[in-house]
Design a protein around this ligand. Structure first.
Ligand code: PLP
Length: 405
């Protein structure tokens, strides 16, 4: 059994009062809290190792470079990439997706081309592709979903026949909690020779990721959603793809040779890492991974599942509740609305009771349009949350709903 109290000692931020009430932090899908070991790793870097990397012959620069490259290897191992050079450090999921959209655009997007996404994408996995195809009079193809928030794979197959240049899909929806069958969807796209990008922002902290098993061509994620610092994340790409794609930004260590007439570019992954990277955060990311690796995966998963199931079961007793997202394959969060109660008002009242949830469209407006609602209340869980917190949350929801109706 996981000792949650002991674990929570690693997260001092959780131990505080909000408006005189103990904080219940259920906004983990937006960002997780950071354990002390991660905070200390970053601090330690600035205390003892800070230096710009890859450029210096001196001791500190070499030490920082080694640590940064070690972190890259740790990320590669964590998601089971074949090689460390298949990992590009970025600021996070959004930057990784912008990198890919820009790079694909320069590589092979032509007039009228299409990109395939799904109805449940976060704006970060929608707008970069939309803007990119629109610059070429192309269009987005969108896989629909049913009322439970499950993708329609028959339609997906049909849309693949329209020859999109890229498929880009969420592993887990940040609104619905649906776990999409990304391995199957990747295999289907590959039958048509289409490369697949997986947005792993919501999956990486909760489920083991094996990019070789999924066989996706790209996998993107954010460190801050997996107990690591903000401002760091990654892009995994199969080496054969990253080799082909042109750079996204220019300057710094991404070059090989430069003259006024011509520039040649560095090898992978440096070709995609222009400018000075966030070294301290990359080391924090490595420590967050080690922190996760030090826990018993199945215990963590069982604990998070228990939190979710308990929340869903108790919420279903609330009068007028409507769950948004009821897929069987569901993870990490619950989204809902209550008849006659605006999600924003409910979220504001919950906050006054010490409960932090997210309300609104969660950067996925097309999902709201699909369900004909203005927004939802979303409670999302992490390994440090407790069953007692779920109970506090339920009591607060019931009380707030009564006050607002
Ligand atoms: N994709 C999904 C599914 C998300 O949930 C999020 C953030 O909530 C993002 C992309 C964007 O992540 P970031 O803001 O860390 O770049």
């Amino acid at each position: 059994m996981m000792n949650i109290n002991k674990l929570r000692e690693q997260f001092p931020v959780l131990d505080q009062q909000v408006y005189g009430k103990p904080l219940v932090y259920f906004d983990n899908a937006a960002t997780t809290q950071k354990p002390l070991c991660v905070i200390e790793r970053e601090r330690d870097y600035y205390l003892h190792e800070n230096c710009n990397i890859h450029r210096g012959v001196h001791y500190l620069s070499q030490k920082a470079t080694e640590a940064y490259e070690h972190a890259r290897q740790t990320v590669a191992d964590f998601i089971h990439a074949n090689e460390a050079r298949e990992i590009v450090f970025t600021r996070g999921t959004t930057e990784s997706l912008n990198l890919l959209a820009t790079s694909f655009e320069h590589f092979f997007i032509e007039k009228g081309d299409k990109v395939l996404v799904t109805t449940m994408e976060h704006h970060s996995n929608l707008v970069p592709w939309q803007q990119m195809v629109q610059r070429h009079q192309g269009q987005l193809l969108v896989v629909p979903m049913d009322d439970n928030g499950v993708l329609d794979l028959e339609q997906y197959e049909k849309l693949l026949q329209e020859s999109p240049k890229v498929v880009s899909i969420a592993h887990i929806s940040n609104v619905l909690g649906t776990i999409n069958p990304v391995k199957q969807m990747t295999a289907m796209a590959h039958q048509y020779g289409i490369p697949v990008v997986i947005d792993g922002a919501q999956s990486i902290a909760h489920h083991p990721i094996d990019v070789q098993d999924i066989d996706c061509d790209f996998f993107v994620f954010s460190g801050h959603k997996m107990y690591a610092p903000m401002g760091i994340g990654g892009l995994y790409g199969k080496a054969e793809w990253l080799e082909k794609l042109p750079p996204y930004q220019f300057g710094g260590e991404m070059v090989d040779t430069v003259s006024f007439e011509k520039t040649t570019f560095n090898v992978l992954p440096y070709k995609f890492e222009a400018g000075t990277p966030n070294v301290g955060a990359a080391l924090g990311l490595e420590t967050a991974i080690q922190f996760l690796q030090g826990l018993n995966k199945s215990e963590v998963e069982a604990h998070e599942t228990q939190l979710l199931q308990s929340a869903i079961q108790q919420l279903s007793e609330v009068e007028g509740i409507r769950f948004i997202g009821q897929a069987e394959q569901h993870s990490g969060l619950v989204s809902f609305i209550i008849k006659g109660v605006h999600p924003y008002d409910l979220g504001t009242l919950l906050d006054k009771m010490g409960v932090a949830v997210r309300t609104g469209h969660h950067c996925a407006e097309p999902v709201m349009t699909r369900f004909g609602i203005p927004g939802t209340v979303r409670a999302s869980f992490a390994l440090y949350n407790t069953i007692e917190e779920v109970e506090t949350f339920i009591k607060a929801v019931k009380k707030a709903a009564m006050m607002l109706r």
